[in-house]
Design a protein around this ligand. Sequence first.
Ligand code: HEM
Length: 142
Amino acid sequence: MLWIKAFHIISVITWFAALFYLPRLFVYHSMSDDKVSIERFKVMERKLYVGIMMPSFVLASVLGVWMLYDYAWTLHSQQQYWLHTKLLLVVLLVIYHFYCGHLVKVFKSDQNTRSDTFYRWFNEFPALILVAIIILIVVKPF
Ligand code: HEM
């Protein structure tokens, strides 16, 4: 199980690298007005989402559910709520992940109407989730 945990953490790190970078690309994409830059951002966004963000999400989830099924749910779910709370935050993160996928399509068809300021704030969400999940896992406050 330690190997599973190690690869869970590795895939969570690569998932977050993409969760931080993709909305950053939306910031610059929404500020661009020349065709060359716009087409380049479309390629970068698609490759990042399909090539890194999606496989990392799938691997992190499969390995996480594996540990839950094998020992973690039985071990941590009685009279402790940090694991339930972590899983709830993960659900919010998964919604964010698929919303990013939707935005990749919106940008691909040149339909974006939102400003770079919107994407700058949008970009903060995964950071908040990361801080909350790590505190829950390490401090186990409840
Ligand atoms: C995708 C859905 C996820 C599931 C189903 C899941 C589930 C799990 C489980 C069952 C463990 C083992 C807990 C233990 O041995 O006590 C674990 C460990 C861990 N998870 Fe996740 N997790 C998920 C996503 C995440 C995310 C998004 C993060 C980071 C923000 C994260 C960070 C960690 C870390 C750092 C550990 C090691 C904790 C330790 O050994 O003390 N996981 N995860």
